[in-house]
Design a binder for this molecule. Structure first.
Ligand SMILES: [Zn+2]
Length: 59
């Protein structure tokens, strides 16, 4: 999974050259979700969870 990332909004795999990062939370977002209401709400919930300490994903 090193060369591919998934969109934090829709969880779809994004090709490396298609990746755009959300500037606020620095997570990859696909072109479909970029600048949408969906992105904004996903951004909010991601920020909420970041506020409670980093989720390291090393479960
Ligand atoms: Zn997406």
């Amino acid at each position: 999974m090193k060369n591919k990332k998934s969109c934090f909004v829709c969880n779809e795999i994004i090709e490396i050259e298609e990746i755009t990062y959300n500037k606020v939370i620095n997570l990859p977002v696909c072109k479909k979700c970029m600048n949408t209401e969906k992105e904004k709400s996903a951004e909010k919930s991601a920020m909420d969870s970041l506020g409670e300490g980093f989720v390291c994903g090393c479960i």
